[in-house]
Write a protein that binds this ligand. Structure first.
Ligand code: ADP
Length: 494
């Protein structure tokens, strides 16, 4: 790079701020595990909420039958029929219904009646009703899993009280009420023969959907607009409730890790983003990782360089000056450009950002900044996954639930709890032994090198053979397949 002395100085100090050393990752992981313990033992105000989900089993891929999934999280209502065929095979059919502006503010009974009618319309269509007859479930009524992406306090697998509406919804009569009961009442009113069996968080759905496809799934994670994770915990470690089951899936709500920033290495660029966000001081960790924010951090850094006349000769553009004017997907495209001249980056700068004057050095700097922000996000994401694995090791959950970590035969994985390290010895893990992590979200799926950067960090935290012990895999459709599986598990357990 042909950087001037001043450019080199400032960029090197940026690199220092944004680069997480192995030692920092270690400190963060230790603190993450500590905050998990706090969340598992007390319901008082804390960083990691560690919410018991009442989902007390995981699918093994042999499940059969037709189940409904309902996904309400924004302006679209999605109704799905998931036909489980055993042997880890399934078929999914879905239809989206638009939730009008009127319905988003109407009395909740009107909203619920609309949902019930939409479900009726979907299941009575010829194609769908034929599927249901062809692949019946054990139950007389059609069982439904409900992914409801609003803040809820869950009190059973099929009961949860709405704390507040978000995302433009304001339907009176819902806050403080059991959302499952409200939907079931509407289904009964409209004589729709459907039973709401489970209320599901999308992270939990991701874990379940991945479990159906892959044995040994222990963690579900989302790296999309936001970030969160869920994992399997031994019931005896959950002190905030009692259950007869051996294990329960816990919704970590990890976006809020270290809310007081005791160990998170936030920079002035992160603080600026947080201060200008709609929820300052909340979900600081998520703001360093997820798709909604990475572009904005990068924008802050670019403006910081422009204002020092170290980039674009000190000239910005209206788009780059605008809050949220730089999207995370631009970072993906910029990091994808491996050409020597970086002409594709010039095109993004011109067409998407209105910056017409840019030199090759400018483009190198822009790419460098994206790499710093993107790499830090991947390493923090890996840290959260590593912390959950370590909690499973420390608490004995992994061993208890048949994970390979207790296996000591030489030709299988022997995960020694050597400090924090997980070591694979012998010939490495067989696929049946690996700890699988189901991941959903555009950042994991589309951001260049995100996955390999995560593995690098996992190696640093868990030991050089982490890749043989932990497998990150894409798990799509937690709110469809996952919710249907939650309905099945709830029905079997009732
Ligand atoms: P959601 O999490 O809302 O269900 P997604 O998983 O698609 O949906 O995530 C959307 C987020 O991903 C947005 O914040 C967007 O900025 C980001 N995003 C979209 N495309 C890309 C891409 N190619 N690379 C990185 N991030 C992307």
């Amino acid at each position: 790079f042909k950087w001037s002395e001043r450019q080199s100085q400032v960029l090197e100090s940026l690199a220092q701020e944004f680069t997480l050393s192995t030692a920092q990752l270690e400190t963060l992981t230790t603190e993450f595990v500590r905050q998990m313990h706090v969340g598992l033992t007390s319901t008082k105000s804390k960083d990691l909420a560690m919410i018991p989900t009442f989902v007390t089993g995981r699918p093994d891929g042999h499940e059969r039958g037709s189940y409904l999934a309902l996904d309400l999280g924004g302006t679209n209502l999605r109704v799905c029929l998931i036909t489980l065929k055993g042997d880890r095979q399934l078929e999914a059919h879905q239809r989206a219904f638009k939730v009008s502006d009127h319905l988003q503010e109407a009395d909740v009974t009107e909203l619920m009646d609309f949902i019930a009618i939409s479900i009726q319309e979907f299941i009575s269509s010829e194609h769908i009703s034929a599927k249901i007859v062809e692949h019946p479930s054990d139950s007389d009524t059609l069982e439904l899993g409900f992914t409801f992406s609003f803040p809820v306090t869950q009190t059973a697998i099929d009961a949860g009280v709405l704390l507040r509406w978000t995302k433009g919804f304001h339907c009176p009569g819902a806050v403080g009420s059991d959302i499952v009961q409200l939907l079931q009442d509407a289904l009964n009113r409209k004589k729709v023969n459907v039973h709401v069996a489970a209320l599901v968080n999308d992270t939990v759905g991701t874990l379940l959907a991945h479990s159906y496809k892959h044995a040994n799934t222990f963690i579900g994670a989302i790296f999309g607009t936001g970030t969160n994770g869920a994992y399997v915990e031994s019931a005896r470690n959950i002190k905030t409730m009692t259950t007869d089951a051996d294990e329960m899936i816990i919704n970590i709500e990890w976006g809020n890790f270290d809310k007081d920033k005791t160990v998170l290495p936030v920079t002035m660029h992160d603080n600026k983003l947080d201060r200008e966000s709609i929820n300052p001081g909340i979900h600081v960790f998520e703001k360093m990782i997820s798709g909604m924010y990475l572009g904005e951090i990068t924008r802050n850094v670019l403006l910081y360089l422009i204002d020092q006349r170290l980039l674009f000769e000190g000239t910005s553009s209206p788009t780059l000056n605008r809050h949220w004017g730089f999207e995370t997907k631009f970072m993906s495209a910029i990091e994808q450009d491996n050409s020597s001249t970086l002409i594709p980056i010039a095109q993004i700068l011109e067409q998407d950002l209105g910056i017409y004057l840019n030199t090759q050095v400018d483009r190198e700097i822009v790419k460098f900044v994206c790499q710093l922000v993107g790499k830090r996000a991947a390493r923090l994401s890996a840290m959260a996954v590593a912390a959950v694995v370590r909690q499973g090791l420390k608490a004995g959950t992994l061993a208890e639930h048949g994970y390979p970590l207790k296996v000591s035969a030489n030709d299988e994985v022997q995960a020694k709890q050597n400090g924090s390290k997980v070591e694979a010895v012998g010939h490495g893990a067989s696929t049946k032994d690996i700890i699988r992590v189901g991941i959903d979200g555009s950042v994991f799926e589309h951001y260049p090198h995100f996955e390999e950067r995560m593995y690098e960090a996992l190696d640093e935290i868990l030991g050089s053979s982490a890749r043989e012990v932990v497998a990150l895999g894409i798990a799509r459709d937690g709110s469809g397949v996952g919710a249907a599986l939650a309905a099945l598990i709830a029905t079997k357990n009732s």
